[in-house]
Every structure is written in C-alpha cells, then in structure tokens.
Design a protein around this ligand. Structure first.
Ligand SMILES: [Zn+2]
Length: 65
C-alpha cells in the first residue's frame, strides 16, 4: 500500500483526509496504523525462535528462568 495514497487522520479533530494537512484545523495528519502485530503474535515469534533453537540443539535443556 502506497503511503501517499493512504487515508490520513487528524489527531486533533479526528477528521479523515487524504491530505497531509487537516482541511478543518490545518493540523498535520497522521496515518492511523492498524495493529498488525498483537502482543500474542510477538510472543509467538519468540516461541518459534526458541523452538527453532531447541531443534538445532536437541540435547540442551531449556534455560530455567
Ligand atoms: Zn483537524
């Protein structure tokens, strides 16, 4: 998705616009970022990473916290 074509939002009046500047209050608009990665996904990434490491070293026991 092209950032230039993204729908922008004014943090001041919450108006949606395609422009960098709010048409209402001339405030700088921001691109509302959707939560692509939930905390669960982040931990899932670490779990997979750990699992991969354990697969490489099957003789090793997981380090106790
Ligand atoms: Zn505004």
């Amino acid at each position: 998705m092209d950032a230039k074509l993204a729908l922008r939002k004014c943090p001041e009046c919450n108006a949606y616009t395609m422009k960098v500047e709010c048409t209402n209050c001339k405030n700088e608009t921001v691109i509302p970022k959707p939560a692509r990665y939930s905390p669960e996904d982040k931990y899932g990434h670490y779990r997979r990473k750990l699992k991969k490491r354990l697969n490489i070293e099957p003789g090793r026991k997981p380090i106790k916290s």
